[in-house]
Design a protein around this ligand. Structure first.
Ligand SMILES: [Zn+2]
Length: 289
């Protein structure tokens, strides 16, 4: 699953290469890739044809193109293996090409997805808290890289919850875009165990973990995004390489870069959590849930 920095890399690529272009025609080559668009393939292709791509936007891991004149959003679900490729039309079609849009700029916008968990769907844009977002994204909170992310207000919301800090970091309605990898990295940096209860943490400690999430995602972004899946590449077909810089996530039994203690792996919400037993001592009492 791509995390926020990877999605932002894709967004930037789309902004650079296709914003301003108009869609001449759309071929939907696999019905699964448009299953979220309930009116079906002909409707999607018909609505997209003739539209101008006015912007490429993102909130958390949600990515969309703003279309004109209709002012609807083309929401792009990358799923596990989805790629948005901008290609010259004469380039042979990819084996897992699912949707191809021909642009008036002379390029193709291609959606390639081996497992086809992702896809395209149209959604009306609605105004939430001063920003236009697709209605399917209206319940998603701002992410830590959003220029209008309110750190102080988010600290307050987090402290108001009686649950484990990692659970709140993954709650997209509180703060979006933090997945398992960046949650573990942020908790490691702030030296907090993910099972600590939010209402037992001080405001400054919660602020520290949110700030750490911001920092680790910014660093990932400057390096082109993390990539754990060879299938996941950005809009230009280049893989990210931030995975070399991870301190905790996926580092089981390797030394903690801060103190040298072996990183431990624990189960959390049907997934794994990675942390340093010395820098991030587990809470003594068992978690609330
Ligand atoms: Zn340590």
């Amino acid at each position: 699953m791509p995390e926020l920095p990877e999605v932002e890399v894709v967004r930037r690529g789309l902004e650079r290469h296709i914003v301003g272009a108009s869609i001449d025609s759309v071929d939907i080559l696999h019905p699964r890739a448009i299953r979220r668009h309930l009116p079906g393939a002909a409707d999607l292709a018909g609505q997209l044809t003739g539209e101008r791509i006015a912007g490429a936007d993102r909130r958390g891991k949600y990515l969309w193109l703003v279309l004109e004149p209709s002012t609807v959003a083309l929401v792009v679900h990358l799923g596990m293996s989805g790629q948005m490729l901008v290609q010259p039309p004469e380039l042979p079609t990819e084996k897992h090409l699912r949707i191809r849009a021909r642009l008036d700029s002379g390029l193709d916008l291609r959606f390639v997805d081996q497992r086809t968990f992702g896809g395209w769907a149209l959604a009306p844009l609605v105004e939430v808290d001063g920003s236009l977002v697709p209605d399917s994204v209206a319940h998603i909170a701002r992410d830590p890289l959003d220029p209008r992310f309110d750190l102080a207000a988010t600290v307050k919301v987090v402290r108001g919850k009686h649950t484990e800090i990692k659970r709140v970091l993954l709650d997209q309605t509180v703060v979006s875009g933090i997945g398992n990898i960046y949650a573990d990295e942020a908790l490691w940096r702030a030296q907090i165990h993910g099972n600590r209860l939010t209402d037992r943490l001080t405001g400054p400690r919660i602020r520290a973990v949110l700030t750490a999430a911001q920092q680790v995602m910014r660093e990932a972004l400057t390096q082109g995004g993390t990539s754990f899946d060879a299938l996941y590449v950005n809009v230009n077909g280049e893989s990210g390489y931030f995975d070399r810089s991870l301190s905790a996530y996926g580092q089981e039994d390797r030394p903690c870069p801060r103190c040298g203690t072996a990183i431990r792996r624990e189960k959390f919400m049907n997934r794994s959590s990675f942390s340093c037993p010395k820098c991030q001592p587990a809470p003594r009492r068992s978690p609330a849930r």
